[in-house]
Design a protein around this ligand. Structure first.
Ligand SMILES: [Mn+2]
Length: 337
């Protein structure tokens, strides 16, 4: 296991000074961990003369616009054919499956070689250049290790102020500012190393978790008022139709974090938020507990994630039908206990 980062480091170092490129692919619906980790790795690779590019499907989400080095990102469909020929290595970050790269998948599959750095439990393909470590709280912890390895071999100080900020964002993002149960001694060791740089931690936590808007505040009020509790409050379910978002002038991103408030209600063992997407599919966010495995539930519908936080997508159902389905299936599971 411990040699896996070394293998990835060696593969990357072999590209030093070479014309071949490494393409970094954070997962779709990118988050602070995926993007912060990817940007820090991109900057590190370039610093040691490895040609690297960072490709995204979608524009950088509003909430992550405070990150430095965003100008290094390439976005959209234009990142197609012409650049594919130079792609020696496709490196998936914070995911391990090509479908988690969205429209970039075709590009991923054209790479000479595919590698991954991921900490999600359902990704069981660890081996070779697939480095999966479910004990890591964030991909940022793994990328920190990788960057340190690269720096050691290349004799370069790669954790500069900007990379420290980016990696701290990654770790803070996936641990909810060091309060989720995935937070470990290792998390704090990485964070302590990063804090040796002048990292504005408060800016990161404010931007990621505290900053809100009038639209979001009012939308949340409405969602919480309308949320349905079942099984004596063990199960809670909220739905967000496109109509509702429009009514409040809110966007999909305004729903981020809403589900955590639902889960925090005393007595709740499983929380669900169903949102209507533009393509008429429904995205279901799930929060579990010791008595409800969110990843297992999501897996039953082709979704995935962690034990306590997972997601799935439903197609061909109305919002009401989906809510009834989730309520029944989750209710069944909870009733067995
Ligand atoms: Mn992550």
């Amino acid at each position: 296991m411990s040699s896996r980062p070394a293998q990835i480091a060696n593969r990357l170092l072999a590209l030093r000074g070479q014309p071949g490129e490494v393409f970094l692919y954070p997962h779709i619906d990118t988050d602070g961990d995926a993007l912060g980790s990817s940007l820090a790795l991109l900057r590190s690779l370039r610093q040691i003369d490895v040609r690297a590019r960072l490709l995204l499907d979608e524009p950088v989400p509003e909430r992550l616009k405070f990150l430095p080095a965003l100008d290094l990102i390439e976005t959209g469909a234009e990142l197609a054919a012409e650049c594919a020929a130079k792609q020696k290595l496709a490196l998936l970050i914070d995911c391990a499956e090509a479908e988690r790269t969205g429209r970039r998948r075709a590009l991923v599959e054209q790479a000479e070689q595919i590698a991954a750095i991921d900490h999600h439990i359902d990704a069981s393909q660890s081996g070779g250049l697939f480095w999966i470590d479910p004990t890591a709280a964030a991909a940022g912890e793994m990328v920190f290790d990788l960057i340190c390895q690269l720096g050691k071999t290349a004799r370069a100080e790669l954790i500069d102020d900007t990379n420290a900020f980016l990696l701290m964002t990654a770790v803070v993002s996936d641990t909810g500012s060091f309060i989720f149960s995935n937070t470990s001694a290792r998390t704090f060791r990485v964070a302590a190393s990063l804090m040796a740089r002048p990292v504005d931690l408060r800016q990161i936590t404010y931007q990621l978790f505290d900053l809100t808007s009038q639209e979001r505040l009012r939308l949340m009020g409405r969602l919480f008022t309308d949320a349905q509790f079942y099984l004596s409050g063990r199960l809670v379910l909220a739905t967000a139709s496109q109509h509702l978002l429009d009514e409040y002038g809110a966007t999909d991103q305004d729903l981020d974090g809403v589900i955590n408030h639902l889960r925090n209600v005393g007595g709740v063992e499983a929380a669900f938020l169903i949102r209507e997407m533009n393509d008429s599919s429904l995205r279901v966010s799930i929060r579990g507990s010791d008595s409800f495995n969110a990843a297992e539930f999501a897996g039953g519908f082709g979704g995935g994630g962690h034990r306590k936080a997972a997601g799935l997508v439903l197609k061909g159902l109305t919002l009401a039908e989906a809510a009834a389905l989730i309520r029944d299936k989750a209710g069944e599971r909870l009733s067995k206990r």
